[in-house]
Design a protein around this ligand. Structure first.
Ligand code: SAH
Ligand code: SF4
Ligand code: F3S
Length: 455
């Protein structure tokens, strides 16, 4: 059965799946990671517990991403291997939610009819009711076109001391490569009072670090009218900064075209806001930036970095870069390398352009760049960025940095790992309780982490 835009199933209250196990796999960005905490919260409110072994779980949920084609391939590949388990254990429930489900809708059950529930990005709060329906009546796809407001469901947090906080959903931009606006809908901001209350509750629960989430946080509040004036992101940062117990505030992502001095100033003047910024460049070529609809030039982008660094000495900056956007010439790519050399990012997420059907760039088929050319450029870009990242990290050798401890190091349990305010990974000898703030003197730098000693 398919319901598109018709939330007809009644919500249920008393737990009915007590003791049954779930396995939740999350693909994609922080929004999805946080949505998965909500899905886990709802399943556990229904009595379920996490499975210790994925193969024996009573329910498998995929929270999907469709930002690049390989995300699609991975999902359908995983669903293919689950079919064998479902053939042996027909009572196994399989649910697929998130961005790819929102994009593919009925196609998910067309391609994988053994999937019980398909839900999208606007109705994750209904996951338990949809499972009820599927158990009683059979497979169901329910996709809603839009959200009416930001729905916040009680999250089961993965980490005790750190939390994601949604400040807005959706995206009103139209970057020509990007599928996010079509699967996440238009921007809707949460009211600042609700956000601050959630942060206060988190602080009361022992959280010391929050990351404010939105696809385009600089346009936060443009849709909100509060006593005659707009709610602004800079004001929100200051208000969250007043919450007792919150030591660190981060946010992701700002859009370079909308990043202004008021936000840089609010960051500088709000002690808890970390000296860290994720500023997605995408390309260093003005011609490509324009074809991407990004709304800035390389020069304007670099000016924003200067502005941010003036206000925030020691600022660590990360970025996203796409290689091989349709029509990218060697000169365009060289312009990207030039900007990377000047910008001196601390780290970069580099992506190979992936055509997403339905986006404007996917239509530029005659301008697609040959895969071997893209591979070569990708390698040159990552080599340059790796050496810059190492140099940036070497600048910290000898310095003492504050580290928020995540827990034992994954490779050596006699060591602890944590993050600096600049969000750099640090390993140091000794066992320290997760959530502690300690001072570490940095002795050694690698491109993607630092090594030091606790003081
Ligand atoms: N709203 C965020 C981006 C979310 S997507 C922002 O604007 O910063 C995360 C990153 O994925 C983007 O910054 C971009 O670099 C990359 N990306 C998005 N669509 C892509 C595509 N079609 N091919 C390759 N990379 C893509
Ligand atoms: Fe995609 Fe652009 Fe919106 Fe980011 S700002 S989610 S890249 S459309
Ligand atoms: Fe995020 Fe992927 Fe959706 S990047 S918004 S989970 S398409």
């Amino acid at each position: 059965m398919t319901l598109i835009g018709m939330p007809q199933i009644r919500e249920r209250r008393t737990p009915t799946r007590t003791g049954r196990t779930y396995h939740l796999r999350t693909f994609g960005c922080q929004m999805n990671v946080h949505d998965s905490e909500g899905i886990a919260g709802l399943l556990e409110a229904d009595g379920m517990v996490p499975a210790t072994d994925a193969d024996t779980a009573d329910l498998v949920v995929f929270n999907t991403c469709c930002i690049r084609e390989n995300a699609d391939d991975k999902l359908y590949g995983s669903l293919g291997s689950l079919k064998r388990i479902k053939d042996e254990r027909p009572e196994l429930l399989i649910a697929v939610g998130g961005c790819l489900a929102q994009k593919d809708r009925n196609l998910v059950q067309d391609r994988a009819p053994w999937v019980d529930v398909v839900f999208g990005t606007h109705n994750l709060s209904r996951v338990v009711s949809l499972l009820d329906y599927a158990e009683e009546w059979g497979p169901i796809t329910e996709i809603l076109e839009e959200s009416e407001s930001v729905t916040v469901v009680p999250a089961k947090r993965e980490v005790d001391h750190s939390a994601w906080v949604t400040i807005m959903i959706g995206c009103n931009n139209s970057c020509t490569f990007c599928i996010v606006p079509s699967v996440r809908g238009a921007e809707i901001s949460r009211r600042p009072g609700d956000i601050v209350r959630e942060v206060q509750d988190l602080a009361a629960d022992g959280v010391v670090e929050v990351t404010l989430l939105g696809q385009n946080v600089n346009s936060y509040g443009r849709d909100l009218e509060l006593g005659g004036h707009k709610a602004l992101f800079a004001d929100l940062l200051r208000r969250v900064g007043e919450v007792d117990g919150i030591e660190r505030i981060r946010y992701t992502s700002p859009h370079p075209k909308d990043f202004k001095a008021d936000v840089a100033l609010a960051m500088a003047e709000t002690e808890a806001v970390c000296e860290q910024l994720h500023m997605p460049l995408q390309s260093g070529s003005d011609r490509i930036l324009s074809a991407m609809h990004r709304g800035y030039t390389a020069e304007r982008f670099l000016a924003k970095l200067d502005l941010a660094r003036q206000h925030l000495p020691g600022l660590a900056i990360s970025t996203d870069i796409i290689v091989g956007f349709p029509g990218e010439s060697e000169a365009d790519f060289q312009a990207t390398l030039d900007v990377v050399a000047v910008a001196r990012f601390d780290s970069a997420f580099t992506f190979i352009y992936s055509p997403r059907p339905g986006t404007a760039a996917a239509e530029m088929v005659d301008q697609f760049v040959a895969p071997e050319v893209i591979q070569d450029r990708y390698q040159r870009l990552t080599e340059l960025q790796t050496s810059i990242g190492l140099e940036r990290n070497q600048e910290l050798v000898g310095a003492t940095v504050e580290v928020l401890v995540d827990g034992p190091s994954k490779t050596d349990p006699t060591k602890s790992s944590g993050r600096t305010r600049g969000n750099k990974l640090v390993h140091f000898p000794g066992e320290v309780a997760p959530g502690s703030l300690v001072n570490v003197r940095i002795d050694r730098a690698a491109p993607h982490f630092l090594i030091g000693d606790r003081l």
